[in-house]
Design a protein around this ligand. Structure first.
Ligand code: ATP
Ligand code: MG
Ligand code: FE
Length: 334
């Protein structure tokens, strides 16, 4: 089964060819990061226009590098949501046009299911498993008992982890996207500042990062009012420590509570070196097998969409030509 994945939910125009949901034959990503950097964040209208300019080229490249022609495709899998509506529409329209022209089955994929399935490009899933999804727009703990079934155990009540990284980075005067910048800066500092950890109610798998973000902003304001030199590397390291400690602790608790045979990491923040390190150590201590995709599969890509689409394809789920973009699409049941 050969599937073409298409992803345009945010600022990456991506296409990829994957065999049997596991083997990457090609993985093309055209990032718009340099353009959005000038504005300090993703500008939706600019993103849509860029997707339009790149989508056909990226799809052609993915097919060419995989040495696959459209008639060899079993299906086209496209991100139908969530994300920026104008951005999503470009991928959905391109996938529909191609599916119609070549009479190829069309499969719709939830972007976060894609992030989770990036892990299956590395290792076969064992069930039940627990995934920590940490991306620009999502922070969730997800239990999977079988392929394509997602139970949300907890989620953020305010900011996503990536959003918190990007906002704190901005306050520190670092360029967009801030996550990788904080990761780098934190290595030069020590976690000496005692920022709060949002544990919430006992037993809760929910997250909250807005209190931490405010604490960092207050610290920065007060320090500058007192005319102090701000120890930016220490602020970055202390903020990161607070985020990572909560993420790792809740993930391990959830994995133990649900008897997980695997812990998976997903989303752009899964690139974070401290999170990877701490999660490895905590899972090793508890004897929990941990899967972490390489960085290029943690950030937005289309291989993960093809991998998640493969499961939908096997289940017989198909989209018709009335497929629309769903900017607020929900994942799974409860
Ligand atoms: P979503 O998947 O929720 O729709 P998105 O697709 O925009 O959002 P991703 O591409 O998965 O998000 O991840 C981008 C986020 O990952 C950004 O917030 C970025 O700052 C963060 N990020 C990337 N690398 C790192 C890192 N090394 N440390 C911390 N954060 C990082
Ligand atoms: Mg992105
Ligand atoms: Fe994403």
């Amino acid at each position: 089964v050969i599937i073409l994945g298409v992803e345009t939910s945010c600022d990456e125009t991506a296409a990829s060819v994957v065999r049997d949901g596991r083997e990457i034959l090609s993985n093309e990503v055209a990032s718009q990061m340099e353009i959005h950097k000038r504005f300090g964040g993703v500008v939706p209208e600019v993103a849509s226009r860029r997707h339009v300019e790149h989508i056909t080229i990226v799809i052609e490249e993915a097919l060419k590098k995989a040495n696959v022609s459209p008639d060899q495709l079993s299906a086209i899998a496209v991100t139908k949501g969530p994300g920026l509506v104008g951005a999503l529409l470009v991928g959905v329209s391109a996938a529909k046009a191609m599916a119609y022209a070549h009479q190829i089955p069309l499969v719709g994929v939830h972007h976060i299911a894609g992030h989770i399935y990036a892990n299956r490009l590395i290792t076969e899933f064992q069930f039940p498993n627990v995934t920590l999804v940490v991306s620009g727009g999502h922070t969730e703990l997800i239990l999977m008992k079988e392929h394509g079934e997602y139970h949300i155990l907890g989620e953020t009540r305010d900011d996503a982890a990536g959003e918190a990284y990007d906002k704190v980075a901005r306050a520190l005067g670092l360029p967009y996207p801030g996550g990788p910048q904080i990761d780098r800066l934190a290595k030069e500092g020590e976690a000496t500042i005692d920022f709060p950890r949002a544990w919430l109610e006992a037993g809760s798998y929910d997250f909250s990062f807005s209190g931490l973000k405010s604490a960092v902003l207050n610290y920065l304001n007060q320090a500058s009012q007192r005319g102090e030199v701000i120890p930016k590397p220490d602020v970055a390291a202390s903020f990161q420590e607070s985020v990572v400690e909560v993420l790792v602790t809740k993930t391990v608790h959830a994995a133990q509570a649900y008897g997980a045979k695997q812990v998976l990491l997903a989303g752009g923040v899964a690139c974070n070196s401290r999170l990877r390190e701490e999660m490895k150590q905590a899972c090793a201590e508890q004897g929990l097998p941990l899967v972490i995709p390489p960085a290029y599969l943690c950030t937005d890509n289309a291989a993960m969409i093809a991998a998640a689409g493969y499961i939908e394809y096997l289940k017989g789920n198909r989209e018709q030509m009335d497929l629309n973009a769903h900017p607020g699409l929900m994942l799974g049941g409860t």
